[in-house]
Design a binder for this molecule. Sequence first.
Ligand SMILES: Cc1cc2nc3c(=O)[nH]c(=O)nc-3n(C[C@H](O)[C@H](O)[C@H](O)COP(=O)(O)O)c2cc1C
Length: 212
Amino acid sequence: MTKISDLRKSYERAELGEDASHANPLQQFDQWLHEAISAEIPEPNAMTLATVGSDLRPSSRVVLIKGYDERGIVWYSNYESRKGRELAGNPYAALQFHWVELERVVRIEGCFEKTSAEESDVYYASRPLDSRIGAWASPQSQVIANRGVLVANAAKYAAQYLMQPPRPPHWGGFRLVPDRWEFWQGRRSRLHDRLRYTQGSDGTWLRERLAP
Ligand SMILES: Cc1cc2nc3c(=O)[nH]c(=O)nc-3n(C[C@H](O)[C@H](O)[C@H](O)COP(=O)(O)O)c2cc1C
């Protein structure tokens, strides 16, 4: 049987140099995300979101990116979930993409804000009906007695709202406004490339190389 301590891989696919990278991290992210999509890797839009609760314990979970621009990175969830409550108390959060096949990681840090109600409404309306009902049916992160609770909730809200459920008030968009990015490209002999971007008070981005 394989010993997990013997599992290792040499990263040799690509490199990330100062000259070949964008001065603006959003452009670098846009390029890498499109390369991940073009490479047809599974769920290139999945990212790990880390938050910290009022007890100072960090927690993390996977969410899907649904939009990004100069304002930040957007995903959708339940504002009363564990992540929603933690972000309401402490808006600092971190996101991480790991595109295994490309030997790449992107880390993004910053502050959370809610998207506007209009933005949330537009995205909610674009979701399949069962997902829209699901947002009503699931008291996300709460203890429930059994799976039957979800099934019964879904049936109840489907009957109540038919084809037109409104967006639940507890469900909507989350935006991380980044002030720090890191792009990691695996390299041979563990001498990986890491470029970190930090935003100065004048809005410009400082790009620095970190030791791997
Ligand atoms: C690939 C993948 C994508 C997911 N995307 C989302 C998402 O966009 N929004 C969401 O609320 N939960 C999503 N989930 C479920 C979360 O990982 C998590 O279980 C849920 O949000 C509850 O987290 P919390 O209790 O820490 O708030 C996803 C899970 C996986 C595996």
